[in-house]
Design a protein around this ligand. Structure first.
Ligand code: KIV
Length: 287
């Protein structure tokens, strides 16, 4: 029988970092995937704005809006009651003013009942993070390759590759910790930079394309399951090839429908022979 895991809380993640125990986060955007993640020992789900790309087919994460994020997050919460759930605040939902940021973070927490919100940026948004935390909403930071800023970054590029850029990342991480963030995603940066940030901070770091020294790791579920092939970043490991399985299943279904193999009598509602005859006789008279 499957063991039902206990849902962890922010203090549990702090203790795990202190004890050198790694934890795992994966994205999910719908009920069915959330149910599967909830069955595993994975501690955290991120309802990421990567949904814009892997669920909705956009070229970047920018087009998704807060109302859509709330719908997706609600479905995930229903599917994963034993998993800590983080939700992304989408592009322009927290940049306009601090008041708007608190209001939108509050909507994600109140309407979707997730556990924590995630925002992209370092020193630039530290005041906003502090205000959201002061309002009682837990925040996960996100620095390095921040997909909401791809135009400024010149594309999906590794960050922190020179002295100045690496120092800026450390400064960003410290500003977020100081502002009250309870964890930080480190995306797309060299291993040593992520390692120094992880060793410097008291709060846990969650790496993606940031090497093995972070306190936790996250991957986009479509990438790790082999469900998104438009591009595959260097750091992704495919643990399955579900896309190929789906293609085969759909092609088999199509073939069986067209050759009359599906549905067979086993998968149909049948009647006792005498009732069947009577009904057919009656229906033929009616027409
Ligand atoms: O939206 C997302 O999936 C993310 C991860 C890449 C960390 O922010």
């Amino acid at each position: 029988m499957e063991q039902i895991k206990k849902k962890l809380t922010i203090p549990d993640f702090f203790i795990m970092k202190e004890n050198g125990k790694k934890f795992t986060m994966v994205t999910a955007y719908d009920y069915a995937m959330a149910v599967q993640v909830n069955k595993t020992e994975i501690e955290m789900i991120l309802v990421g704005d990567s949904a814009a790309m892997v669920m909705l087919g956009y070229q970047s994460t920018l087009p998704i809006d807060l109302d859509t994020m709330i719908i997706l997050a609600k479905a995930v919460v229903r599917g994963a009651p034993n998993t800590f759930i983080v939700g992304d605040l989408p592009f322009l939902s927290y940049e306009i003013s601090v008041e708007k940021a608190i209001e939108n973070a509050g909507r994600l927490i109140k309407e979707a009942e997730i556990d924590c919100v995630k925002l992209e940026g370092g020193t630039r948004i530290a005041d906003t993070v502090a205000a959201i935390v002061k309002a009682g909403i837990p925040v996960m930071g996100h620095i390095g390759l921040t997909p909401q800023s791809i135009s400024q970054l010149g594309g999906f590029r590794v960050q922190g590759k020179n002295l100045f850029a690496a120092e800026k990342l450390l400064e960003d991480a410290l500003a977020l910790e100081e502002a009250g963030a309870s964890s930080i995603v480190l995306e797309g940066m060299p291993n040593p930079v992520a390692q120094v940030i992880t060793e410097t901070l008291k709060i846990p770091t969650v790496g993606i394309g940031a090497g093995p020294f972070c306190d936790a790791q996250v991957l986009v579920i479509h990438d790790l399951l082999g469900l998104f092939d438009r591009f595959v970043p260097k750091f992704v490991k495919k643990y399955a090839h579900i896309g190929q399985d789906i293609y085969k299943a759909l092609s088999d279904f199509d073939k069986e429908v067209k050759t009359g193999v599906f549905p067979d009598l086993e998968r149909s509602y049948n009647l006792k022979e005498d009732i069947e005859k009577e009904i057919i006789r009656h229906l033929k008279k009616v027409k």
